[in-house]
Write a protein that binds this ligand. Structure first.
Ligand code: MOS
Length: 770
């Protein structure tokens, strides 16, 4: 098939499934009564038994003959050059196999940075260990391979390095003074302007104009980054923990100058990704060192090394100015600000995105600026942009509501747009106000006293706050799936997808069971291997829709092929694909119950052991026709100690509108996990960056405070479960929405409790005292 034909076929298919005129995916509307009605049920995770039995093998657990263990030595200056590097004692230390530095590292092409090409996975385009120059405090300067991890770690301590430091840009307040406007942010314009927002603000009946600051955050997944790698001649085998299998393969091929087909990457289990499990320096260094040493290498980063070489969320300074008319409609919405990046990455924390789609306003100015610091490249971290953007926007709305004497939910009702406020497109499905109404009722919002500091129990001041959460719907292009039906009645879905704990295989098995009329026990999902059909990355809360679109396309091919195979002796003889449906383990006429043949019977009569069908997902044209977003109404109740300033979140409710929920069990976990991460953002998490030295000062879980059990109250989650007619399965993303709005809901509750507005995250007790 020519490229044009492929595109034509894909576009036709997309129109059939996602255009305004076309009926929605039949699976969305199918009644839930049949014995195979798996969508919408709480199927337990299919990989659960293997995980609790310790049989799920993660990247650092892959056994291999003649393994060596890697330790990384980190630079201790933010910018400059290595003067001397004495590795002789390390090389002579017990068990040491090999030491690699810039002096003996192979020539490597710079990584293709994420977003520079749809196939790119590099977190940074900085060349890895290619010369004596230093670009951030923490950059690896030596890799030590030894027979054991302990020997490698000990040898690392014997290396002596001296540097010539050069002036470095480390101070954000200073760097903000020479920021630049970004032309594009995640392929969207860096500036959106409608009317003259400053003028509208000046003339509005009510106005707030505030500055909000959010800090750096570090990735702290339960599984630290790790890879086990080896060469088999010219072929490279990588066991990694990654969110982007095929992109990592393409990017590694470019760095090492080898054919993509020579690389195979396995990643069957990922112990939490959150945006941090991309291609960083450690995989590249391990592969290079393995080649030079002629031995397999396991690089399992220490928690400290994760903080030093795998970036997280960058810091932001944001201005939100809102001007309201007397009736509560918005005359002006201004959201501008600056983030810090390194000079080698492109991840600008798209904090203006919520304001582009949430509220109607007569005039808008939304502008993203950036400035470079000499620091580790920042990267994606659960709802990059929306998590901190909603903090600023939704806190400002709370301030506006108070200035107007309006309930904050009522204010949002008056600002509800009838179409996307910046693109003008229709919403594919938007029930934010229902999420607020349902949430308010369940949470007991009517009991809130709008006057701050009016509820007190002993030392504890009690308050409630609310905020909107939102995250875009994405579906990644390029996914391909293969479906296999076997004569023993089993089936497989094959696609190089990612399981980071969210239930990828589980929900796809549910959807495929229903689509093919099979029971879930008969279906396996094979994923996590670049030898499988091309997967899309697990990011942007897009995987469920991306996989489902490819599987749906493959199911159409499969049904057409099955009809051909059934031939003239079948009860199905003469039927066209659109006249049949998959049900009860076979195909049947849509109206005539007796015209049916099982898959097993079709295969048996044809003398076949199995039938396989493969197809690519249609391009995600739905996002060009509609404004597609998940929504949330987040409700927090806090208790703030009037003596110590300590904040305890006592109750939390997330009320979500994300389309169809495929599996309530796995979805609840996604929502709750996002909210818990939001509690960290609100109250405890901050990567301490020493602006004199560029050194991260709290690179451990003892000093970088993620919420622990005692920090997390009972979290209630509910959802509208209204299918989105323009998304595969009717489902929009749910992976990232949970964290959005949480920072603001907590901050607004703290204000209601104490009368103190804190506009700088995290809201630690010092900010609530005095
Ligand atoms: Mo996510 S931050 O797209 O893994």
């Amino acid at each position: 098939m020519s490229v044009t034909d492929t595109i034509k076929q894909a576009v036709t298919s997309a129109v059939v499934h996602f255009s305004p005129e076309a009926p929605p995916d039949p699976l969305i509307a199918k009644p839930r009564t049949g014995q195979y009605g798996a969508v919408g049920t709480s199927l337990p995770r299919v990989d659960g038994p293997r995980k609790v039995q310790g049989q799920a093998r993660f990247a650092a657990e892959v056994p291999v003959e003649a393994m060596t263990y890697a330790a990384l030595l980190h630079a201790s200056i933010p910018r400059g050059r290595i003067d001397s590097l004495d590795t002789s004692a390390a090389e002579a230390a017990p068990g040491v196999v090999f030491v690699m530095t810039h002096r003996n590292a192979p020539k490597l092409a710079p990584p293709a940075a994420f977003l520079s090409d749809p196939r790119a996975a590099g977190a940074s385009s900085l060349p890895v260990m290619q010369d004596a120059s230093i670009h951030w405090n923490g950059e690896p300067v030596a890799v030590i391979l030894a027979e054991t991890q302990e020997q490698a770690d000990h040898a690392k301590s014997l290396i002596r390095v001296s540097y010539t430091a050069e002036p470095a840009s480390l101070n954000f307040a200073e760097a903000v003074q020479h920021s630049r406007r970004l032309d594009t942010v995640m392929r969207e314009p860096g500036l959106v302007e409608i009317g003259d927002a400053e003028q509208a603000l000046a003339g509005s009946a009510f106005a707030v104009d505030r500055v909000y600051n959010t800090p750096r955050h570090s990735h702290a997944a339960i599984e630290p980054h790790a890879a086990t790698v080896w060469w088999e001649g010219e072929d490279l085998v990588v066991h990694d923990t990654t969110q982007m299998l095929h992109q990592e393969r393409w990017t590694l091929a470019g760095i090492f100058g080898i054919d993509e087909e020579r690389i195979r990457i396995f990643s069957p289990f990922v112990g939490g990704g959150f945006g941090g499990k991309g291609l960083w320096g450690h995989q590249i260094l391990a592969i290079a060192a393995s080649r030079l040493a002629g031995r397999p290498v396991r690089v399992a980063l220490s928690r400290e090394s994760v903080f030093r070489i795998a970036g997280g969320r960058t810091l932001t300074q944001q201005r939100v100015a809102l001007g309201a008319n007397a009736d509560g409609t918005l005359a002006a919405l201004i959201h501008t600000g600056t983030v810090a990046m390194s000079a080698h990455n492109n991840c600008p924390e798209q904090f203006t995105f919520p304001a582009r789609h949430l509220y109607a306003a007569s005039a808008m100015r939304l502008e993203q600026r950036a400035t470079d610091l000499d620091m580790l490249a920042n990267t994606f971290m659960r709802a990059p942009g929306e998590s901190v953007g909603t903090f600023a926007l939704e806190c400002a709305l709370d301030e506006l509501a108070e200035a107007m004497g309006l309930d904050p939910i009522e204010l949002r009702r008056r600002m509800e747009p009838d179409k996307d406020p910046t693109s003008g497109r229709a919403f594919s499905s938007r029930h934010l106000l229902k999420a607020f109404a349902d949430g308010a009722e369940r949470f007991g919002w009517s009991k809130r006293n709008p006057t701050p500091r009016t509820r007190r129990e002993g030392e504890w001041l009690i308050g409630m706050g609310v905020a909107t959460g939102t995250y875009p719907y994405y579906r990644m292009p390029g996914g391909e799936a293969r479906l296999i039906l076997r004569r023993d009645g089993t089936a497989s879905i094959q696609m190089a997808s990612h399981e980071m704990g969210m239930g990828t295989a589980t929900v796809q098995i549910q959807a495929t069971a229903e689509r093919l009329g099979l029971s879930v026990e008969k279906i396996a999902f094979e994923y996590g291997d670049t030898a499988l059909p091309h997967g899309t990355l697990a990011g942007g809360s897009s995987q469920t829709a991306s996989i489902a679109a490819a599987v749906t396309a493959a199911s159409h091919v499969l049904i057409a092929d099955l009809l051909k195979l059934a031939g003239n002796d079948s009860p199905l003889a003469g039927l066209k694909a659109d006249e049949v449906e998959a049900r009860d383990g076979g195909l049947g006429h849509r109206e005539q119950a007796d015209r049916f043949e099982s898959y097993v019977s079709i295969l048996a009569r044809a003398g076949r052991d199995e039938i396989a069908a493969e197809a690519a997902a249609p391009p995600p044209l739905e996002v060009m026709q509609f404004s597609m977003h998940s929504f949330a109404a987040q409700f927090a109740e806090v208790r703030v100690n009037a003596v110590t300033g300590e904040t305890r979140v006592s109750r939390f409710l997330g009320s979500f509108d994300c389309g169809r929920i495929i599996n309530p069990r796995t979805a609840s976990s996604q929502f709750r996990g996002g909210i818990i991460m939001g509690l960290g953002l609100a109250l405890t998490e901050e990567t301490q960056f020493d602006e004199r030295t560029g050194r991260i000062m709290n690179p451990s879980l003892a000093e970088y405070h993620v919420p622990v059990h005692l920090d997390v109250p009972e979290i209630d989650v509910i959802w509208t479960d209204i299918p989105d007619p323009h998304a595969p399965l009717g489902a929009r993303g749910i992976g990232e929405i949970g964290i959005t709005g949480v920072g603001a809901a907590v901050a607004n509750a703290i204000y209601n409790a104490t009368g103190t507005r804190v506009r700088d995250l995290p809201i630690t007790l010092d900010k609530l005292l005095g």
